[in-house]
Design a protein around this ligand. Structure first.
Ligand code: UDP
Ligand code: MN
Length: 231
């Protein structure tokens, strides 16, 4: 059987949350052998996300962990605790007999279905370019003669590598945004061993899209509808 793709998605409550999760789930529903690990940045599993997942038709695991308030400042890496909670779940609930590939899917990014075909064959750690990131049209790992020699952006990790490195985690200490990922990879692999995907890292199959902040300036002060509408 194909290895299961485990997508780890941190998410938090805001006006666009359900729209983002809807877009993401519409993509993920096209992917076979897929398991969605959704980690809410919250004290609780919210009703909105619980209901959403129940109706999504996707195999899923619903976790939650609140980011401490001191880490909620701009310029700080996001979703560290949520990614680590998902890694912890995998280490508790999966064994060396399970075949899978783990990747991190923010709730606002855009994923080509081809990306899943590419990442599914990840033997240890694979990498690929990401579009619309870092103030550029794209960032990509440098590849020479089929070997990764420079830095990496998008990545997936074989489940067995996650299990074999039980201490590998995303770290807050000394991490700027964007550095946590490479720091995590350093704990589990070497640059020489990275497997380039997406035609030797020449094709963009994922985009770091960001959703515009919603204008709620015309919200009535008091609810006017007699029914509660979930948005
Ligand atoms: N996120 C979160 N809590 C927060 C901010 C962000 O769980 O307080 C999640 C968000 O839902 C997304 C990921 O962390 O899945 C990355 O956040 P964002 O997209 O805002 O970061 P950026 O686009 O700047 O990388
Ligand atoms: Mn984002």
């Amino acid at each position: 059987a194909l290895p299961v793709i485990y997508a780890i998605t941190p998410t938090y409550s805001r006006a666009v949350q359900k729209a983002e999760l809807t877009r993401l789930s519409n993509t993920f529903r096209q992917v076979q052998r897929f398991h969605w690990i959704v980690v809410e940045d919250s004290n609780i599993r919210t009703e909105l996300v619980s209901r959403f997942l129940a109706h999504s038709g996707l195999p899923h695991t619903h976790l939650h962990v609140l980011t401490p308030r001191r880490y909620k400042r701009s310029g700080m890496p996001r979703a560290t605790e949520q990614r680590n909670a998902a890694l912890g779940w995998l280490r508790m609930h999966r064994t060396p007999r399970d075949s899978g590939v783990v990747f991190f899917a923010d709730d606002d990014n855009t994923y080509s279905l081809e990306l899943f075909d590419e990442m599914r064959s990840t033997r240890q750690v694979s990498v690929w370019p990401v579009g619309l990131v870092g103030g550029r049209r794209y960032e990509r790992p440098l590849v020479e003669k089929g070997r990764v020699v420079g830095w990496y952006t998008g990545f997936a990790v074989n489940l067995q590598v996650v299990l074999a490195n039980p201490k590998a985690l995303f770290k807050r200490r000394g991490s700027q945004p964007g550095m946590q990922e490479s720091d995590f990879l350093k704990q589990i692999t070497k640059v020489e061993d990275l497997e380039p995907k997406a035609h030797n890292c020449t094709r963009v199959l994922v985009w770091h899209t960001r959703t515009e902040k919603v204008n709620l300036g015309n919200e009535p002060k008091h609810r006017q509808d007699t029914v509660v509408i979930e948005v």
